[in-house]
Design a binder for this molecule. Structure first.
Ligand SMILES: C[S@@+](CC[C@H](N)C(=O)[O-])C[C@H]1O[C@@H](n2cnc3c(N)ncnc32)[C@H](O)[C@@H]1O
Length: 264
């Protein structure tokens, strides 16, 4: 006789990273992954320009790698995530830098800990592409933000890094590394198995064209005032890399950062 199927522990939020929490917190660690440290966190801080005593809301905070950077400038930090396991890690390692709450990014008004129009800034650090539907998430973020407050999104560049639908190619004639994009305009939920050895975990990445973010923000009264397109290399050659690869890394951005301001 077959053993009974293991029950899911909780239905929870469908897009929560609880099933891959052990792998993800291992990769991010206390100080952030190498991508956090080199690109994502500096870009967020650059766009956010956090000020002393401001109150920041990090939506989809996961294991909380941003919290100490916000605390360091004397700003207040609140993180919300749908993964209990990642929040446990965040509280254990960054509990002295801020507060962490379990919650669904689409339903922030249902959280007792949060108030409408109360945050100076709202942040999505590598999390907006893991949430769906976008309009509900942006609406909830706008709800939390005070008038003239800012929202900062940092994501893999949706024009060039479409999961499973883009990649590098080699043009032998021109000795050129090029980026191939097979699909772009159609929104696409892409199942991701970040760690093949992990028993539990599949997450979903929600590809959307750039217009979905621009128009989605605008529909919530959030007007874009800054954009950063962040390459893997800004200048110089990385040891062991060909000139063609270095050029490709300099010219095709890895991340996109967007800042928008809530219209008062
Ligand atoms: C790629 S991780 C990024 C975590 C963190 N910002 C970082 O940079 O390490 C995406 C996070 O979004 C969270 N998430 C996905 N859907 C969510 C939702 N509806 N509400 C709250 N968090 C959600 C996941 O649980 C996960 O922790």
């Amino acid at each position: 006789m077959r053993p009974p199927k293991r029950q899911n522990r909780k239905p929870g939020v469908r897009t929560s990273w609880d099933p891959v929490a052990a792998w993800y917190q291992g990769m991010v660690g206390e100080g952030g992954s190498k991508y956090h440290r080199k690109f994502a966190i500096p870009a967020i801080l650059d766009l956010l320009a956090p000020q002393k005593r401001e109150h920041m809301l990090d939506i989809g905070c996961g294991p909380g790698p941003l919290a100490p950077f916000i605390a360091d400038v004397g700003a207040r930090y609140t993180g919300v995530d749908a993964s209990e396991r990642l929040l446990r890690f965040a509280r254990q390692h960054h509990g002295n830098a801020g507060r962490f709450f379990l919650g669904d990014a689409r339903k922030l008004p249902t959280l007792d800990a949060l108030q409408a129009n109360s945050f100076d800034a709202v942040i999505f650090l590598l999390s907006i592409q893991d949430m769906d539907p976008l309009d509900q998430v942006l609406q909830a973020a706008a709800w939390a933000l005070r008038d003239s407050g800012r929202i900062v999104l940092l994501m893999t560049h949706p024009c060039f890094r479409v999961p499973r639908q883009s990649g590098w190619g080699w043009d032998e004639g021109r000795k050129l590394r090029y980026r191939r994009v097979d699909r772009y305009l159609t929104p696409l939920p892409v199942p991701m198995k970040p760690h093949p050895g992990d028993q539990g975990g599949v997450t979903r990445s929600f590809h959307r064209p750039l217009s979905a973010y621009i128009n989605g923000l605008s529909a919530c009264g959030l007007l874009i005032d800054q954009v950063r397109e962040i390459p893997k290399h800004e200048e110089g050659k990385t040891a062991g890399q060909s000139r063609a690869d270095t050029l490709a890394d300099q010219e095709i951005p890895l991340f996109l950062g967007i800042r928008a301001v809530k219209r008062s």
